[in-house]
Design a protein around this ligand. Sequence first.
Ligand code: T1G
Length: 699
Amino acid sequence: MGATVKYERRGPIGVIRIDNPPVNALSHAVRSGIMEALAIAATDDSSAVVLFCDGRTFIAGADITEFGKPPQAPSLPDLLLTLDKHPKLTIAAIHGTALGGGFEVALTCNYRMALATAKVGLPEVKLGLLPGAGGTQRTPRLAGIPAAVDLITSGNPINARSALTLQLVDKVVDENLIDAAAAYAAELVEQKAPQRQASTLPLSLTREDQQLIEVAGAKLLKKTRGERAPQRILDCLLTAATQPFEEGLKREREEFVACLADPQSAALRHMFFAERAAGKIDNLSQDGQAISIATVGIIGAGTMGGGIAMCFAQAGINVTLIDMTDEAVSQGLEKIAKNWAISVKRGRLTAAQTDAMMANITPSSDLNDLAEVDMVIEAVFENLDVKKEVFAKLDGICKHGAVLASNTSYQSIDAIAAATTRPESVLGMHFFSPANVMKLLEVVRGAASSDTVIATAMAVGKKIGKVSVLSGMCYGFIGNRMLRHYGREAALCLVEGSTPTQIDSAMESWGMAMGPLAVSDLAGLDIGYKAREQLTAEHKGDPASYMVADRLVEAGRLGQKSGAGYYQYDPETRQRHEDSAVMAIVTEVRRELGITPRLFEDDEIVNRLTLALANEGAKLLQEGIAQRASDIDVVYCYGYGFPRFKGGPMHTIESMGLDKAVTLLKEFQNQLNPEHWQIAPLLTKLVANGGQLADHHGV
Ligand code: T1G
């Protein structure tokens, strides 16, 4: 059975013990080991069999690293066929997170016992898959259609008590799981309990359930912006309620194979590993150990500072929230209280929880109150001189070893660090608005930033529920530097002949959470306008890429904040509407620039905007600003509404084929402004030697 699966006896009870760290995934070795152990248990004198896992969790699913490789027998369905027909009583002893194929193993056992702290779930949909080993057929037979729809299409785990209520587990214990499970098995044998198989439980389809499935399908298609796995899951559940179990298994297998082959699943599985890889820092020196952060000072109680303070307070970290005046801090606290009140109203948090979080925040208007904090995050006005002044003061106040971070979106971390005598303690921690909602945190390494502060910022980001991505220092770091090219192409498509509605609809139909012009309206057109005012004509770039935006701001159309920007906004619903006044401005700019508008296909818009992103991303990779291509994908999926089922901009061109991507880039270079389409040398190199972006690590 090898080292990963052992078979042992506890008196009359056989115990199959799985030990495959870190999460007891159902690798080939584990599947083979369980099969061998079941064979022994079938013929020995054991009276029942308990399946138990060592380590921190019961089986957490199929081994995702095996997908896409040649299958190795026994397959999970074959293993579960043997388990389903096993001659002895089988009991699953669940702790940690029994997920996916792991929970399907448990559902195939006759009985299930769970530790009170355990969770169970079928998260396959988050990988663009569906439970492929009977989960869509057994779950509704045990828990009913409504619960099965919710559990499998959401992919969210439920706790042991909820699983008990749904009859997905039979017993919940507080401790000593293996002893309790062996005793439970003996008790079942004593009681001559039947070998209950979920596969034989009856299931029929009521009208209500049929309607529920139809409504869920429509809702999910809209919510996921086109993911295909949810509907396939619903089709399997419908089959479970209308066909015999064997037919249902067949249908489930067909749909699972279709999911596995779907590019959406490849993208979502790419994101699963990308999110985890992002937290790893290449070439970290030995002293690059994170320090523990128990107290944080946030400077600036505005939208960003308040949101950042909420993140830390929610994680139980003490926050000193600073602004220039007591009144400014109180306003910040009021905004925080309002945000938490909304979460309580929506049932996401309780009033007691938000009271405890608020108690973690101490208001102050005196920087000296930061003398003993472990970390400071500056979130003041986006002006380099103001930031340098703040850091110079912090240098004289904060204790030795305190981490000094700036939430700047663009300013030079090196210039900020130079305002102190401890540049090794200075780095960027770039949060995304609203900071208490957006999961992305860009950790920006300055030239002098020590490995300790980098490791600390990455770790504290994870602790406050962010996905931390390390960025080197350049204007705009990873996300915003790429965004400038994306925004430029959107503006040029408009001036060259398209309309705001066509551009945004094309990108939203492709999968973006929100079209680029609608995003500009949301953020405020005046932000870009003010930034451009500080740039030379040369740095501003092609006038065609910003004249419309400038004219809109000069006409008082700042975006949603003024009720109109690229669109007119309904004051009540904030619904956007095309506005002829905008096209009048566009027509005027076209005339001034001598541009004859032409018809646009959606494909051109999508290709120009996504390739502009990926081409700049390849340059970031080549310059070593990003550690790996998948980090760039994480930045875009977590910070900019890029669809996870596309896997991020770099995965998008990798799955398109780099040769095809470079061909398109060459076409754009010939047909459009060649300055904008300088192809990243890394892309041409990879095409020349048949390499992959995934194999390239930043310098
Ligand atoms: N396969 C392979 N490796 C896995 C894995 C899996 N299923 N789950 C986790 N890992 C690795 C992960 O990459 C990381 O590796 C390490 O374990 C720790 O993970 C037939 C088809 C269980 C809640 O979707 O949700 O079953 O970075 O950092 O935060 O119907 O891992 O250390 O090298 O996430 O404590 C369904 C996925 C599969 C569960 C633990 N199962 N995993 O979270 O640790 S499809 C899932 C998780 C399936 C069947 C279908 C989480 C976790 P490294 P971690 P964590």
